[in-house]
Design a protein. Structure first.
Length: 356
């Protein structure tokens, strides 16, 4: 992704608004340090040859992220609003094919698919039980876990809460929980098992709604970059959903809440277990329309799949093992439903057998 001066000005503008919301004024020295980092990244981009452009773009992305995080690192004693922080951090698209862990403006780690990243309350971080070397930062620093299309990751927070993070998902969270509250921000889909702490409620924040719990397990889906409704499915315990208008709704096991784009909350009874098959690498078809199945396959496999309009409303049951790849998935669909598929360049076409 190319970062122009307009991108940088936009981020810095929002960065200044962020400080105003906190009623903080960064010093001249701090602002000078910020601009030095941005200018340094731009200089690197101009000097590098074409072969190194990917690297320099990553450097500029890191400098833009620095804008969002400076308030957190330079003003650790000022309580920050997670939603404001997450909004700034998530505005910058980070093009990547690998899972990334952003632990500081200067530290961006590449994580293997299906790896487990675990935090301790002391601030240490392990990847697949191997501790990683990070600089110790005072105060409540926010990290970000980015899972691109075609990948799945696991995240264990400092309180022991466990997250399965689906593809095309970003999670913003503190290294450790302080001040008697636990909050994370999600864009995408996660399944979370929350460690119970009576005097420390856990809140999952999204752009559309918040979910408050004490100790429970539920799936939450909220892709802000797609025209879809938000969704919360409860497996155990109880949760309270609060939309952007202040309306609340309580869920119990096997309840599903659908939050529309205008904030309305609709509850239905479901088999909650059916909504977390993705954590095992399984796509449960569950009599879904072929068009909806194609959308999910596209997300999980990060390939382009086009379905012929004449068959997109056909419903299909069964299960697909996502880990076997998109070719195996399409073979299953064609063998059980009488369709055919063709590969044209980088695009898969699903067609009616009549058009063969």
């Amino acid at each position: 992704m190319k970062y122009r001066m307009s991108n940088i000005k936009q981020v810095v503008s929002r960065f200044i608004i962020y400080f105003k919301q906190l009623e903080i004024s960064p010093s001249d020295e701090e602002m000078s340090d910020l601009w030095d980092k941005i200018e340094h990244s731009i200089t690197l981009k101009q000097k590098r040859t074409k072969h190194f452009r990917i690297w320099s773009s990553t450097a500029i992305a890191a400098s833009l992220i620095t804008c969002a995080w400076i308030g957190i690192y330079y003003f650790p004693n000022k309580e920050t609003d997670l939603t404001s922080v997450a909004k700034i951090m998530l505005e910058q698209e980070i093009a990547t094919d690998e899972i990334q862990l952003l632990v500081s403006p200067e530290k961006i780690l590449q994580i293997d698919n299906k790896s487990t990243v675990a935090y301790s309350q002391k601030g240490t971080i392990e990847v697949n039980k191997h501790e990683i070397d990070i600089s110790t930062n005072k105060g409540q620093a926010y990290n970000q876990f980015i899972v691109p299309k075609g990948k799945i990751g696991k995240l264990i927070l400092a309180d022991g809460s466990k997250l399965f993070v689906n593809s095309d998902t970003r999670v913003v969270y503190p290294k450790s929980f302080e001040n008697d509250k636990r909050e994370i921000f999600v864009e995408g889909e996660i399944y979370i098992e929350v460690t119970k702490r009576e005097n420390m409620p856990f809140v999952v924040k999204t752009a559309q709604f918040d979910v408050q719990v004490l100790g429970t397990a539920f799936n939450i889906k909220t892709y802000t970059n797609k025209p879809l409704e938000g969704e919360v499915v409860l497996l155990r315990g109880a949760v309270k959903i609060k939309n952007s208008k202040g309306m609340e709704s309580k869920l119990f096991p096997n309840n599903k809440a659908t939050i529309s784009t205008n904030g309305n909350i609709e509850k239905t009874k479901v088999n909650a277990e059916n909504y977390i098959w993705w954590t095992k690498g399984i796509l449960l078809l569950n009599n879904k329309k072929l068009s909806d199945i194609v959308k999910e396959l596209t997300q999980y496999s990060d390939v382009n799949i086009i379905c012929d309009k004449s068959i997109e409303n056909v419903r299909i049951a069964g299960k697909i093992d996502i880990e076997n790849g998109v070719e195996a998935a399409l073979k299953y669909l064609s063998s059980t439903s009488g369709f055919i598929y063709q590969k044209q360049g980088n695009i898969y076409m699903i067609l009616s057998a009549d058009k063969e």
